[in-house]
Design a binder for this molecule. Sequence first.
Ligand code: TNX
Length: 547
Amino acid sequence: RRMSKNILAMLGLLALGIFVHAQPAAIIPQPVSTQWHDGHFFIDAHTVIVADESEKPSVDFFNDYLQRFYGLRLHTGAAPTSNYILLKTQPTGQPTDGRYTLSVTPGVITITGDTHPGTFYGMQTLIQLLPVSPFESTSNGPAIRLSADGNLAIPAVSIEDYPRFAYRGLHLDVGRHFFPVDFVKRYIDYLALHKMNYFHWHLTEDQGWRIEIKKYPLLTEVGAWRSGTIIGHHPGTGDDSTRHGGYYTQDQIKEVVQYAAERYITIIPEIEMPGHATAALASYPYLGCTGGPYTIPHNFGVHKDVFCAGNDSVFTFLQDVLDEVMTLFPSKYIHIGGDECPKDSWKACPKCQSRIKTLGLKNEEELQSYFVQRIEKYLNSKGRQVIGWDEILEGGIAPNATIMSWRGEKGGIDAAKQHHNVIMTPGDHVYFDHAQTHNDDSLTIGGYLPLETVYSYEPVPKELSGDETKYVLGAQANIWTEYMANTRKVEYMIFPRLSALSEVLWSPKESHNYMDFQHRLATQYKRYALWKANSYQVYFKPTDSLV
Ligand code: TNX
């Protein structure tokens, strides 16, 4: 009896799957223009990829994806009469990098990018046309499904697409909690799958220094380890007298940089200064104003011991560190932090005070500005650009710096008005360490950032005039990991909010539609499941078409 009940239930589910719960092909971020046609292209074991050697990153990504999730790997070769996927890159003369067209007909799939990233983005869209579960069909759009003989059916379509913003970023704090190389790579894949192009790797913190620096081995021998697994003010956390931490060797970093480059993602390394530096001070106490000793904290917040601004050997140290950082990271931008630097130790430090006097500075804010400008000059002399958190506006902004506006948008607006480039990361819209639900379902830093708020984000503030808007390069979500002790938690915090952010940054403003996004998100959840990625299940608002 129970068995026949189960069979009935299964048949019911199957019928629902085919006839009722139909999913349209769901592309996130929404392309600029999409025209569906009748018919399908069927990917099978005989489908050939036609592409020259320069498309290898796109071809490999696609084949790795097919292999991992569908057990299929396609051959590359010359074009047969049909059943092939053609990839090519042709400059269009259009200003925006990352444009592509994708044409799916029953015989041929053609992806044409304006640049290699453009072609890669076309490939990402094709990936989203793959069925995510069998028997998918739809009443209000084309079907994506497995054909009767188990081939992969791709709906016929013509897509033209390009990104709205040149900077589409995601950050990861590996200082509060360390995450292994394998996860960092997976994280980079998540960016690639969302057509994001910058990974901001927050490599140093009070609670841990995570990058091997050959000239200063204690940074990782000492600075990468603390006692206490989970930090924070929640009960049951704090010092448990076990060694906790980790770091990336230079070889591992090279490997990750290469991995990102093959996905057309630039990694921006962050070396924090002058604040959030306790792990460095604990490793080399001469870097602080008092000479230490310092211990690596297992609680978080703003710590008072910072790099001494009156000591020239601190600058020698930082330049040496940045030299090694620059050999590892080809990025034009180097992030030097600049946030939350309390001035207590500088106030009490004779060397800092005499520096203030000698240079005729007004106060410690100007001393921080001097600090940042001195480092900027060094990095500029090596052909690199500085990015800093919005505090670096205080006491005078460094001449060529790009601002990351995190305390709301005010810093970004001020910087753009001063003709500085800006990346928007305001806490109230893109801090994915904030809770997604009011039912405090897990430990979070505080703050409430539901999916819809992320989706509603508009990176170009009204306060900027037409010409000033060009300084807003884009936006980025920040993932501070005080309360993310493992990779499952990180995934839970970024999904589905990363999917919403990708649409904010890629798709034309006029096309944003939260209701439509929610429909497509239903398919996106199946992709998270396919990737075995954790996610937070949002509550879908019932609509006429859903109830
Ligand atoms: C402030 S955002 C910080 C981080 C914390 C974060 C917690 C920023 C530039 N600094 O050090 O992790 O708040 O939300």
